[in-house]
Design a protein around this ligand. Sequence first.
Ligand SMILES: [Zn+2]
Length: 184
Amino acid sequence: MTEKLTGLYETILTELGENPQREGLMDTPKRAAKAMQYLTKGYHETLETVTNGAVFGSETDEMVIIKDIELYSLCEHHILPFIGKCHIAYLPSGKVLGLSKFARIVDMYARRLQIQENLTKQIADAVMEVTQARGVAVTIEARHMCMMMRGVEKQNSVMKSSVMLGAFRESQATRMEYLQLISN
Ligand SMILES: [Zn+2]
């Protein structure tokens, strides 16, 4: 797979008017192929492999919130990065998930070609599936290179997307508590 991608990147460089044989570009097709494979490795992961049994019984029913999880993804329209942070909250009902696993879930879906809205929903559904919580909330704030570097060239716009499930959708008080917690 790396070999085939390497050949394709060489073609891309040529088509862009570059000389893939010049010194600075000698290894670029191979490096680019490997980088792109890394940035899309989420296609080869599943919820089972990334959570790896790290679900624990717990009596707590208070809101758990994981703030500012770094997020790096690629937009599926331009294959350009969008970068930001993700906040996840859930209301446990008998089960909690190991802290590092939230970041792993975010990465599993972010390391694919995405649109931010779908990414937000996939993370929320995954956390719900794994924890069977009373509610799950996910918010992503991200800057999109396809907006900043090309097109409308708006450097300071941030896209914010949220998905609320269960109690976060049904109870305004719960939703307000969440929004307050992530805003400071
Ligand atoms: Zn885009």
